[in-house]
Design a protein around this ligand. Structure first.
Ligand SMILES: C[S@@+](CC[C@H](N)C(=O)[O-])C[C@H]1O[C@@H](n2cnc3c(N)ncnc32)[C@H](O)[C@@H]1O
Length: 433
């Protein structure tokens, strides 16, 4: 890679890269911030743009801070640690506003104040890679390196919950001593309010010595080991065999949510509480209303809606999550209807068969909810829609569809669910004009 001349960074893109112009091209430069003068080396060159890495910082911006993590720049986990935490939120807010305007051609009547919580040690769910590296003579446990399939040589992680982060080196040493160290590619982390689970993907049987080592580790570090020999449906508890369940709680709604380590939950449970609270305020459910919660998962929003006394239907693609949601509703003394349905294949007729409702909550995966919003007909259109999004581009696209169907974007705002990373989580309120 050749280092190029100095450029001045004009703005930041959706992934937190600095944008500059040189030789008639747009240059996206990792590690550079707005207003900075930098040199860069390109690792990908196209006709109209280049992707590059900052090689030298000639003039630093005042928003630059010293990254907290020693692995920053190598580990692919975080890309915004060099940016002041409050500025990260402002950047994400601008990404949301830009996406709505550029992709959706919509502007919220009102921007909601950003929601944010702790900047470090928040991540309770993670998939960590494992690799025994003969050349290094050791086993690595960590996230992938930036733009690479190599596992980063990590000793610590600043965004994982601290009680899990401190286990990175002990886990690497444990796995290094197992007979299956070459056949154990991944650890799934699920940290709950009372117990923590580590699911080991194992592609070969454990020996008795392996099993003894795992048991001793689990007891010493107060974690549960679960094993996954094949697909996610094969996950089983290993030690302790009689293990208390994972759970998180929503105290404002007097709700406790048990979950299995393979089931989707939000990664940042403290911010999740604030997010659910905001969603409920925007939705404003009333006892005589009928509300549908689309992409409801294990009932994270469905159960708080039901607590208001409204009658609620939760729709979710995963049959296992629907089962979990039903169980959770019952355990929390709530009566809720749930149905399993592929919402990427929904059409007008199927949507109409769910009946008329007053309000919707939509919380889709990154791909958004285009088929759902396109299936809205005047007969079933709800008065109000609260849309929770993990991808501003698909939110903006779906917002344009909703506006075409007679909705107004009343308000929108970001929720910094993933500090230090470029992920933008947001919420938007639509009302019938
Ligand atoms: C962002 S999560 C939200 C879950 C839940 N609202 C929560 O807060 O925990 C998106 C959910 O959409 C579900 N999902 C993904 N694809 C789907 C599809 N094609 N049809 C219905 N649900 C789907 C996932 O299983 C997941 O539960």
């Amino acid at each position: 890679m050749m280092t190029n001349d100095k450029v001045t960074i004009e703005s930041l893109d959706q992934e937190g890269r600095g944008i500059a112009h040189a030789n008639g091209k747009v240059i996206f430069i990792e590690g550079a911030l707005t207003g900075e003068v930098v040199s860069y080396a390109s690792y990908r060159k196209k006709a109209s743009f280049e992707l590059a890495q900052m090689t030298e910082l000639h003039r630093a911006a005042s928003i630059r801070v010293e990254p907290k993590c020693v692995h920053f720049g190598v580990c692919g986990g975080c890309s915004m640690q060099h940016l002041d935490a409050r500025v990260q939120v402002a950047v994400k807010q601008r990404i949301l506003e830009d996406s709505l305007e550029r992709i959706g051609r919509v502007k919220p009547e009102n921007m909601l104040p950003a929601i944010y919580g702790q900047s470090w040690g928040y991540r309770e769910r993670a998939r960590i890679s494992v690799k025994h590296v003969i050349k290094k003579g050791k086993t690595l446990v960590g996230f992938h390196e930036k733009r690479s399939s190599f596992v980063a040589d990590m000793q610590h992680c600043e965004i994982l919950v601290p009680r899990i982060a401190v286990l990175i080196t002990p886990l690497a040493e444990l796995i290094d001593g197992l007979s299956v160290r070459d056949r154990l590619p991944q650890i799934e982390v699920a940290a709950g309010e009372h117990v923590d689970v580590l699911v080991l993907r194992i592609m070969a049987p454990l020996t008795e010595e392996d099993e003894a080592a795992l048991r001793a580790f689990a007891d010493r570090h107060h974690v549960q080991f679960w094993l996954q020999p094949k697909g996610p449906e094969t996950i089983v508890p290993f030690h302790p065999a009689e293990a208390p369940e994972l759970s998180y709680s929503l105290p404002e709604f007097n709700i406790v949510m048990p979950f299995a380590p393979s089931e989707f939950t939000q990664v940042n449970s403290l911010l999740n509480r604030v997010m659910v609270s905001r969603a409920m305020r925007l939705l404003d459910p009333k006892p005589d209303e009928r509300i549908v919660d689309f992409f409801c998962g294990l009932g994270n929003f469905t159960l708080p809606i039901a607590r208001s006394g409204a009658s609620v239907l939760g729709i979710e693609g995963s049959a296992a999550l629907v089962g979990r949601a039903r169980q959770n509703a019952g355990a929390n003394g709530l009566s809720v209807d749930f149905a399993a349905m592929n919402l990427f294949e929904i059409d007008e007729a199927r949507l109409a068969s769910l009946g008329k409702s007053d309000k919707w909550l939509i919380d889709p995966p990154r791909d958004g909810a285009l088929e759902l919003v396109k299936s809205i007909t005047p007969g079933i259109a709800p008065e109000r829609i609260v849309y929770v999004s993990c991808n501003p581009a698909t939110l903006a696209r779906d917002a344009a569809e909703l506006v075409q169907r007679g909705y107004v974007l009343k308000s929108a705002g970001v929720m910094n669910m993933f500090p230090q990373t470029s992920h933008v989580e947001s919420i938007a309120l639509f009302e019938k004009a």
